[in-house]
Design a protein around this ligand. Structure first.
Ligand SMILES: Nc1ncnc2c1ncn2[C@@H]1O[C@H](COP(=O)(O)OP(=O)(O)O)[C@@H](O)[C@H]1O
Ligand SMILES: [Mg+2]
Length: 424
């Protein structure tokens, strides 16, 4: 992934704190004090991914700098630091772009770093991408083309959905912790999507209530004529995972047209390595199009009759939808007495991994707005999550997931390595 430089026009004390965070994130901070300096820099270097501007002090200079970001076909997003009371006056003389972001003083340098990282990820959306913001494509864009090109011609991200038509089997728990594991410990770029518009609690379990939802954004877009991508709408959790909630209320979801949602998920695969989707337990039209797009479908099953029955039903539906070979069971609360081999036989699905019962750990982590991966990194159950992620990544590397026999092979490979997990 191409590393970008960040132009920073902040007062010296703030520059010191912010630049060290930017360095820690692996980007190069470059201080600019005047519009002239910024102009020289932009002429010299093509790898400036974001400019942090001071929207509170010396506003004329800031406006001049802002214009330079869009001169000569450039389209460099600005992160504008402003005072909270000034936020609603920040129209930038009618020139503000959709990929700009605002940040209010006082701020912590670390939270600003997360913002910059997210912006740099989004900036990698290819310019010709019709489903990202229309404004990104305006104007001559040739000079910036190589900067914004997708990171090599590498494989696109994988869509992993977590589904079982029964509630309470651990879909949300597994989605949240797999996302965190891939991002935090495996260095992957992850988008976690809460597609459960009825009972979804991804955001609340990560302490991210009141985030802007896709339903909010797309409704606003009707007025502005924009079309924001998932990467633009998502908010970043402190663990680095981009979190996206489809809707806060089950009543206002008409805007979430299934085909459009599916397209947006597919587009997100260009900027994320993994798109993890937590689903509502139903077979409605939204879920059906998402099933169709999925590379892998994780089916958490707890060792009890209702959950097993539900999984059997889903397997039969999957045959009809011709997605059966993407299914992989994750036996959740695996240490509660039923053998995994028996579950594989009964459900008719290969098990990808097992996750043991973790008592209150998941609930305690959620109470603190974190995943158990960050909160309890040394616990055995987190090893289980890690094994699950390693196997997911292995299916991706071998390309086995699409071959129709991927999961079976992966699991038999890993099965013997973890005999302690066998239920007695
Ligand atoms: N392996 C586990 N160990 C302990 N508690 C778990 C485990 N898996 C899930 N839970 C708990 O079970 C409840 C239901 O899980 P959840 O992920 O919300 O299920 P779903 O999304 O399928 O409805 C939650 O309170 C969760 O913390
Ligand atoms: Mg759930």
């Amino acid at each position: 992934m191409p590393r970008s430089a960040v132009a920073i026009a902040l007062p010296p004390a703030e520059y010191a704190a912010v630049s060290s965070q930017i360095i820690e994130a692996g980007y190069e901070p470059i201080e600019v004090r005047t519009a002239d300096e910024l102009e020289k820099l932009l002429n010299l270097r093509r790898d400036i991914g974001v400019a942090i501007l001071d929207g509170e002090n010396d506003f004329d200079r800031t406006l001049e700098m802002y214009s330079l970001l869009h001169d000569q076909g450039r389209n460099i997003p600005a992160l504008m630091v402003v005072a909270a009371r000034a936020l609603d006056r920040m129209g930038l003389a009618g020139k503000a772009r959709v990929n700009d972001e605002y940040f209010t003083r006082p701020y912590s340098a670390e939270s600003l770093r997360w913002r910059v990282e997210a912006m740099l990820i989004r900036a990698e959306i290819p310019i010709g991408d019709s489903s990202s913001s229309g404004i990104i494509q305006s104007g001559p864009s040739e000079p910036a083309e190589d900067i914004y090109a997708p990171a090599a011609e590498g494989p696109r991200g994988q869509i992993v959905i977590v589904f079982n038509p029964k509630g309470g089997v651990g879909k949300t728990t597994i989605a949240v912790n797999v996302a965190a594991m891939l991002q935090v410990r495996k260095g992957q770029r992850v988008l976690l999507v809460d597609c459960d518009t009825v009972t979804g609690h991804v955001a609340s379990s990560l302490g991210m209530e009141n985030t802007r939802t896709v339903a909010d954004a797309w409704t606003e877009d009707l007025n502005t004529g924009m079309a924001e991508s998932f990467a633009e709408i998502a908010a970043m959790h402190q663990n680095g995972v981009s979190v996206l909630v489809m809707a806060e209320s089950p009543l206002h979801t008409e805007i979430l047209e299934p085909k459009r949602v599916a397209e947006a998920i597919t587009t997100a695969c260009r900027v994320y390595d993994w798109v993890i989707v937590d689903m509502h337990p139903d077979y409605g039209p939204l879920n059906q199009v998402i099933f169709e797009r999925a590379d892998k479908i994780i089916v958490p099953v707890t060792p009890d009759v209702p959950a097993i029955r539900a999984a059997v039903q889903f397997r039969e539906v999957a045959v009809e939808l011709e997605i059966r070979e993407r299914l992989a069971m994750v036996v959740n609360r695996a240490n509660s007495g039923v053998s995994v081999a028996d579950m594989e036989r009964t459900v008719g699905m290969p098990a990808l991994a097992e996750v043991r019962s973790a008592g209150m750990l998941f609930v305690r982590a959620a109470n603190e707005g974190r995943s158990a991966v960050e909160r309890f990194p040394k616990e055995k159950v987190i090893e289980d999550i890690e094994t699950l992620c390693d196997r997911l990544m292995a299916t991706r590397e071998s390309g086995a997931a699409k071959s129709g026999q991927g999961f079976m092979g992966i699991f038999s490979g890993g099965r013997n390595t973890n005999p302690s997990m066998r239920a007695s």
